[in-house]
Design a binder for this molecule. Structure first.
Ligand code: BG6
Length: 472
């Protein structure tokens, strides 16, 4: 068996963690904030609304101090568009801007780099009512919003992310609550038209960042997973390759090279779902260049060929479609992998595979903006939270990230999900991800006290040793 010396994590490696505005801030109708699509949507059964969430709006000083205690070098948070511009395209809400300015200052006070996501699933409701991302004007409003952020925070914020999980917004927008399918005749076409406008917005915002932010670095933040074939049968391998293009490469090929992935283009053509492209759009798309690739990683996917001859209604939305398309590919369970309490497959080696695939294709440094274990944590009688399962999950993923560095992947940083407990997209407060426990339940707000979990102390040591000591 060959063994080799690990390459160390880079000296300036950005260790930290992530959150998003609507899932943790609360204060959803305070200080002039306008409603977002998340504020007005019907919460998933058994889960709370986003009015209070983790109340970071009122606890940010305490939260950042705890992150500083863990030794964070970076904190990835998102800006709520409708807190800064309540209608999305109207007047600016100074109080909203002040909040983010203070949050940035608080991070910098401890030497924590803010990594700012501009848009994380929370489109201003007023824009949604005008047709949301289905209209080109939404892209213009986003570009203006980005300008406002660069003008006001650009001298202090060096790292920016455009759109969180644009691929999930496109593949499963109706499930995330960001897409209202009511009255839409061809849902697929509409989703890919929205995607086109998001891509146009992203390209222009990336260019703008380079113009307006001295030393500014910006990248996309999709959710990327290696896709395995269910067997080595060439038909299964082909199915996996196609699904990976649809799920992953379509978004990154556009962000990095400004081109539509050829296989996905033809897949859309087959479904009458091609977006309309105006003159000049392709030039715009080619004009934005990311400085790095950020991506969220939770698990891998596995697909087999699908030989059904019946094509689904091309204009409809079916949530199974995220990993299955009759006649082309079908998502299957990977029996080799353990799962979380919510059935998500756990695949640390798949993380290394995914990192290598992304780096091979795009040759840009990578920052992981989400990775983590959602679990039902429990506060013990002595007040502690013994989340050894989370430590184990993170240990195994960090080990594989280290191996990816050995492979030659250029890594910028690692921001697991999530810095503090927050409202999960579908399971409310039942499913926690944080290093910091927030003392509330789905419907009992209790005292919102912050409790350091066991993983808090473990991660502190990981950061202090720059990833050299991962032991529990
Ligand atoms: C990512 C999202 O897809 O997954 C986060 O960017 C989300 O917003 C995270 O919370 C975990 O998913 P869930 O459904 O467990 O909250």
């Amino acid at each position: 068996m060959m063994s080799r010396q690990h390459k160390p994590f880079p000296a300036d490696f950005l260790w930290g963690a992530s959150t998003s505005a609507y899932q943790c801030e609360g204060a959803s109708d305070i200080d002039g904030k306008g409603p977002s699509v998340q504020d007005v949507k019907e919460p998933f059964p058994g889960t709370p609304d986003f009015k209070v969430a983790s109340d970071q709006y009122h606890h940010y000083k305490e939260d950042i101090a705890l992150m500083a205690e863990m030794g964070f070098k970076v904190y990835r948070f998102s800006v709520s568009w409708s807190r800064v511009i309540p209608t999305g395209d109207g007047p600016i809400n100074q109080k909203g801007l002040d909040y983010y300015s203070d949050l940035v200052d608080e991070c910098l006070k401890y030497g924590i780099q803010p990594l700012v996501t501009m848009y994380h699933f929370d489109l201003p409701q007023a824009l949604a009512e005008k047709g949301g991302w289905g209209r080109r004007e939404c892209a213009d409003a986003f570009i203006r919003f980005a300008k406002v952020l660069f003008e006001n925070l650009g001298s202090r914020v060096k790292y920016w992310l455009t759109i969180n999980e644009q691929n999930m917004l496109t593949l499963v927008g109706p499930l995330i609550g960001t897409f209202n399918a009511e009255g839409v005749k061809n849902i697929q076409k509409e989703l890919y038209q929205q995607n086109h406008y998001m891509m146009l917005a992203q390209a222009q915002v990336m260019a703008l960042c380079h113009e307006m932010v001295p030393g500014g670095k910006i990248g996309p933040a999709p959710n990327i997973s290696a896709v395995y074939p269910a067997s080595c049968l060439p038909e299964d391998v082909k199915a996996a390759e196609l699904f990976s293009a649809i799920r992953n490469w379509f978004y990154l090929d556009m962000a990095v090279y400004g081109v539509y992935n050829h296989q996905v283009w033809s897949f859309l053509e087959m479904q009458d779902a091609l977006p309309e492209i105006a003159e000049g759009d392709m030039e715009i798309l080619a004009s934005g260049h990311p400085d790095f690739i950020a991506f969220n990683y939770y698990n891998t996917g596995t697909v087999a060929r699908d030989e059904s001859t019946e094509m689904p209604d091309p204009g409809s939305f079916d949530q199974q479609r995220i990993a299955s398309f009759p006649g082309l590919y079908r998502g299957v369970k990977n029996g080799n992998l353990p799962t979380t309490q919510w059935g998500w497959e756990i695949d640390p080696i798949g993380f290394r595979n995914t990192l290598n695939q992304v780096y091979s294709r795009y040759r840009l440094p990578i920052i992981i903006t989400e990775n983590g274990l959602g679990a039902k944590d429990k506060v013990e009688a002595d007040g502690s939270v013994q989340d050894d399962y989370r430590i184990e999950y993170l240990q195994r993923h960090i080990e594989q990230m280290q191996l990816a560095i050995d492979d030659g992947v250029e890594m910028l940083g690692y921001c697991p999900w999530s810095a503090i407990d927050l409202i999960s997209t579908h399971e409310g407060f039942e499913k926690r991800y944080g290093f910091i426990y927030v003392n509330r339940d789905n419907f009992d707000l209790k005292d919102l006290r912050r409790i350091r979990k066991k993983s808090f102390f473990w991660y502190k040591k990981v950061i202090a040793t720059n990833g050299a000591d991962l032991s529990n």
